[in-house]
Write a protein that binds this ligand. Structure first.
Ligand code: GRF
Length: 204
């Protein structure tokens, strides 16, 4: 019998709180995906231990052991291939991916970004949102394309900027929304309710 639930891999570089939110969502019997493996480019990523505690295979491929991005990615891809994945979710994965890797996973590669894209691509999003004086900030789940943080948007959640907010206080409220948003977006993709059509996502 083939398993109806999609097999999802999660790539992390750090504490992995978004990874935990995906693992917890996927532990529910009605969730259309299971987390089949977690991989990190940093052997010391805290999220690896948390994945193992949940009984999920957790591997590290240390990018520092490779001479360039693509050879690192080829080694990572070979590890991922052992888990027969349908979808790969980036969750705080702090390596820019080459077009080779992105194209290999095209249409199956998701990322969560801590801003309302297309605003504030890249890093330090909360400080930049405060600096710009926006009153609404938030987070985005999107398909990954070779251009950084520029892929078709799957789902977004808004967070109000409050008087006196610091990058830290704002980031904390955005992160709480990320933990809700990523499982919702993954569910929608797995159930075929958010699907890629040309360069956009169609929502059923
Ligand atoms: C999150 O804010 C995510 O949006 C960004 O990196 C952070 C990762 O946090 N891409 P965590 O490791 O999931 O806790």
């Amino acid at each position: 019998m083939t398993e109806a639930r999609k097999r999802v891999g999660v790539l992390i570089s750090g504490r992995g709180s978004n990874m935990v939110s995906l693992i917890e969502a996927a532990a529910k019997s009605d969730f259309p995906a299971r987390i089949a493996c977690v991989a990190s480019n940093r052997p010391d990523a805290g999220g690896l231990a948390r994945a193992r505690e949940a009984g999920i295979p957790a591997i590290s491929v240390d990018h520092r052991a490779f001479p360039d991005r693509e050879s690192f990615e080829r080694a990572l891809d070979a590890e991922l291939a052992r888990h027969d994945l349908d979808i790969l979710c980036l969750a705080g994965f702090m390596r820019v991916l080459t077009p080779w890797f992105v194209e290999r996973w095209t249409g199956r590669l998701l990322n969560i970004h801590p801003s309302l894209l297309p605003l504030f691509r890249g890093v330090d999003t909360h400080a930049r949102a405060l600096e710009a004086g926006v009153l609404i900030h938030g987070c985005t789940v999107h398909y990954v394309v070779p251009e950084l943080d520029a892929g078709p948007i799957i789902a977004q959640a808004a967070v109000q900027v409050l008087p006196g907010d610091t990058a830290e206080s704002l980031g904390k409220r955005v992160l709480a929304q990320e933990h809700v948003l990523y499982p919702l977006a993954l569910r929608s993709v797995c159930e075929g309710r958010s699907r890629l059509d040309g360069g956009r996502v169609i929502h059923a």
